[in-house]
Write a protein that binds this ligand. Structure first.
Ligand code: ZN
Length: 247
């Protein structure tokens, strides 16, 4: 079973199209989707429809903080920019698309694998995994051998040995990493629609369960078009600008 794990799509159609095309050449059996399907980008409806199709075909999907914020709607105490993005995103979605986001679960466990948006200790409190301490906290909060998380928009891999020794590294794209069975793993594939590690290329990962390996991928895409649509929609220009720099 080979699974393409995608997270933080953020309504970026151009990035998602490029990733789906790349995945099509990788002989995968299915997808897993870790949330934040909307927010920031200019194509929330298109992205939600692709996600719905993948879910209808059997892909597990969990809810991200931007999905929940879109379902709940803006509140008066929010700063003007996030409020504008949430209101605009809601205006682009049908009642069925919003209902789909509302129904997404906080976590999905499949055998030895846990899929969650932010972390395993309190998925809907949205704490970030920013280092080994956070990663250990998450690994200790689940019995799953492998946890896949989104939320942090930079690819990263953490592991924990049987003696409790933790380590982490920044993966090299396209190089398969053996997931040694005696260790426990926390995988952050990085963001499809808004990478933040200085490289504008979209991120995703492929988990090969039979082989016990993981590959991270970077997929260059037409970020100029995605940015032009954000500007044309009247969304905050900084959201367009950052796509070119991957920040
Ligand atoms: Zn996100």
């Amino acid at each position: 079973m080979r699974t393409a794990v995608l997270t933080d799509l953020h309504a970026n159609r151009e990035a998602l199209e490029a990733v789906l095309e790349h995945v099509a050449g990788q002989a995968v059996d299915g997808y897993a989707l870790l949330g934040d399907f909307v927010g920031y980008g200019a194509d929330p409806g298109w992205v939600v429809d692709r996600v719905r199709e993948l879910v209808a075909a059997g892909a597990p999907a969990v809810q991200g903080n931007h999905d929940l914020a879109t379902v709940e709607g803006a509140s008066p105490e929010m700063r003007p920019e996030p409020r504008q993005v949430i209101e605009w995103t809601r205006s682009q979605l049908s009642a069925e698309q919003i209902a789909f986001l509302a129904r997404l679960p906080a976590r999905h466990e499949a055998g030895k694998v846990l899929y969650v948006h932010a972390n395993a200790w309190a998925p809907l409190e949205w704490g970030y995994i920013l280092g080994r301490m956070d990663a250990m906290r998450s690994l200790h909060a689940t019995r799953a051998r492998i946890t896949f998380c989104g939320h942090v928009h930079e690819p990263r891999l953490y592991h924990l040995s049987t003696t409790g020794k933790a380590a982490d590294f920044v993966p090299t794209p396209g190089v398969p990493i053996p997931l040694l069975p005696q260790r426990r793993w926390l995988v952050i594939p990085g963001s499809v629609g808004q990478p933040r590690d200085g490289d504008p290329a979209a991120c995703y990962a492929i988990h090969d369960e039979a082989e016990g390996s993981l590959s991270f991928w970077r997929v260059p895409y037409d970020h100029e078009s995605a940015a032009a649509k954000i500007r044309a929609a009247g969304l905050p220009p900084a959201l367009a600008e950052r796509l070119a720099h991957g920040v």
